[in-house]
Write a new protein. Sequence first.
Lengths: 281, 281
Amino acid sequence: MHDIDRQLARGRDVLVQRSYSTPSSAHDNRISDGTTRLVNRLSSFVHLDDEERQAVVALTLSRRRFVAMDTLIRESSVPDRACLILSGVAFRYRYQASGRRQIFGYLLPGDLCDPHFIITNTCDHNVGLLCDSEVAAISLLDLKTTMSKFPKIERALLMMALVDAAIMRECLLNIGQRDASQKLAHFFCELAARFHDRQDTIIGSGVTIPLTQGELADTMGLTVVHVNRVLQRFRRDRILSWSRCHFDILDYPRLTSIAGFDAGYLRLRETLAETRTASYG
Amino acid sequence: MHDIDRQLARGRDVLVQRSYSTPSSAHDNRISDGTTRLVNRLSSFVHLDDEERQAVVALTLSRRRFVAMDTLIRESSVPDRACLILSGVAFRYRYQASGRRQIFGYLLPGDLCDPHFIITNTCDHNVGLLCDSEVAAISLLDLKTTMSKFPKIERALLMMALVDAAIMRECLLNIGQRDASQKLAHFFCELAARFHDRQDTIIGSGVTIPLTQGELADTMGLTVVHVNRVLQRFRRDRILSWSRCHFDILDYPRLTSIAGFDAGYLRLRETLAETRTASYG
DNA sequence: CGCAAGTTTGACGCTGCTCAATCACTGTGG
DNA sequence: CCACAGTGATTGAGCAGCGTCAAACTTGCG
């Protein structure tokens, strides 16, 4: 089940989580204990009182470590639990009849993957791991009970789903309208901004992202060969550097300008703070 | 406000709504009165009792007719109401700095466009109308109140959002991985299946869809010229026919086979019926 | 040492884009 | 009734971004 051999063969490291100097941050070089990941995430949408916070924490009691390339959720399986990413990076994908793989998006710590099967019962895509990760299993039954008991928690989950939709709209625009350089630049910008929001990295000073060029290609709908050529231009211009599945962003400002990136749609903490009062004061 | 001149200049007709022979259907050639549109939609996800049904109906009291090319919601506006499509077709889109337009998706009768600004406060895209339509305005305040009072309604809205996400995933795959013919075929399949679900048309016997080739191009991320060339192949093969913004599907089976279309992700009535019991019995 | 994954490079061709013109249809104003 | 304008559809020529195929190289691991 834990396909350790494949992970070793691939030789991936645990995602480098740089320390981030925030007094309140319980973050360090160990894998985060993650107890408050989901609480924090939901709290950025609605204010939760102590009872509600405890209810959320109670959901995430069952934790487990996985290694890179493990599969959390399999297509057309009927899962009885949702997965909460505590540390690491997961990604959603599906193979087509043609054999091509489309990657739909990436899940960072605090993301829930995904409550979709509450309705569908079966999942329509796979969820895999890019690197060693810690994951909390949340029983769907518990989740439903908690949602019913605490409407504000259900509200927050609805909002997470709506943010997901906004991210996918942006992704659609990215894939539909931009050329290869812009696509790649935009992708790195988004991931960097989201990492930054979770306080796992600092924008512009060495965001490290564990990815192969093949994964980039399948995310963007390009071929590995073409991705490689575009990336080499980025490397020559000192915008990105990489070695063996680890990308480092050297020049975030230039990346945003190539992509025309505006982080607004991500509804990150900073941007949310401005509007939340009006919306939910 | 009602830009009648533009509509007339464009010469669009009201969407042809073919009668559909279902005994229980309150449908005819007039524009549907739409009172129960939203009730029906939400009911496909959760069972609503009489009180809840009345609460939903009460939301949709303020109705209004619009003509083709009217704009329902403008980007970066701060709307105080959501729009429910009662009849007609709306679409979401955004213009980029480059001047190109990306169309994110289409809204059919019963769709809510969109509760997103409950969180964002400002809307990140425009919503326009493809043809003359009837729309109910729903105050966001009322919506929030109703959601809080009736958790099952909030649950159903969450599910609508999740289905939207599934549609967008499919769209992402469509735009990212398929060639122009497959993209177009897939698009027509999806729209036909969704129309069919709302009982506005009959698959395979003349689904009429009001669209220009320019709109198709902006949906698929292609150019008008290329869309035209692909469509002409479809016309030669008697798969589609069209004249002045009205497309007719002649050979739905062939279209699905070109696209590799599987309607499962739409969670339509038929497919839902199978799984709902297990999920919400 | 030899394998497996991933990266890199080159040659070549096709899909889909650009630019530009023409046609067809419909409604308008005279 | 007819010329005109506006929108959308259609066609052609030429080009480029990106894909395909194929091979070599690099690195980590058994």
